[in-house]
Ligand binder design. Sequence first.
Ligand code: AMP
Length: 405
Amino acid sequence: MPFSKLGLSDPIVQAVTEQGYETPTPIQEKAIPLILAGKNLIAAAQTGTGKTASFVLPILQNLIDAPPVRAKRIRALILTPTRELAIQVDANIALYSKHLNLTSMAMFGGVDSEPQKERLIEGVDILVATPGRLLDMYTRRAIHFDELEILVLDEADRMLDMGFIADINKIVERLPEKRQNLLFSATLSQQVRFLAKTAIENAVEIAIKPDSGTMPKIEQCLIPVDKDCKSALLSFLISENNWDQALIFIETKRGAAKLVSQLEKRGIKAEALHSGRSQAVRAQLLEDFKSGSLKFMVATGIAARGIDIDSLSRVVNYDLPDEADDYVHRIGRTGRAGAIGEAISFVSRDDFRNLCAIENRLGEFITRKEIPGFTPRLAIPNSDVSYAPKKAPKSGRRKPLKSRN
Ligand code: AMP
């Protein structure tokens, strides 16, 4: 189906055509007509699926004939977890609205608030904001919400991961009751559903299946290995396959530091990202990693939560996460923009329970690869529903496990 059949006006269709988009992605095909019809929406879709355009395009359409916005007012509010995402979404709005007369801006913390305050004076049609700075602006009466018509919670799961729940609730409480609500999240965990319940009534729920053709391709595999051989295995894989880059997830701070020194002894330069390092050091490491000057970063799950590193070619789960949803997040950082991403998990006997929970969550077994010379002394059994932890997985519908191959 072409964009022109979705109910979008010519200037919007022209803008996406100029971006080289030929047909809507599945999330766009599903979400755009619903949003145009004024429905509330909860959508399970990861970054890379075209989700940004799926809400920005119909928002532009719905605002196309609106009268000019008044001073310090906004019409649509898009809440995002990070400054990077706010900037990216705002940049997309600018592209898609280039033939329209609508205004937008990104607002985030960590920078001087005065220029943002000044820009708000004239009012902005679409504001993309991180929750903390927005609340601050509201408290300082730099912004009023009485003309707000549409609220979008983008990457809701990451906002919750980053501890924004209290700020989000405070913001939602201050919005006009009559408004359209849209929530996008990679996973619809229990916490996300709880947030959706408090912020959104009568929502239509849509999900984009992770295996749909347009999704980023992520090749997952697990390598059975004894715990004490994991660092040797990692060094072997890096050297043998000439890896360009990898984000390596590990359980503890101490483990991260130890692994970095073990890699260094084998001539592989790596850095550890964990809560014991200062904010400035962590920011620098992230920048180096993003620019490619740092090739291997060993991160604890906590430190890596919510940080904005996507578009990775490879993620290694040196230890499996305790939560199956964290696994989905971690692997979701790879395989962006049409490239194939790799998610490799080292699984020793201790990781078996977590493996069961993850495979149950995925609804399928992860392909196993034996690496000659690293076959574990203690075999890792196939996971089976009966091996799954007693406590129910935190979220996600459980599908029956398919048989391996
Ligand atoms: P997102 O999931 O919003 O981060 O989008 C991922 C990438 O897909 C972005 O680079 C978009 O520019 C691109 N994109 C979005 N919609 C389409 C489309 N219909 N056809 C081709 N590319 C698209």
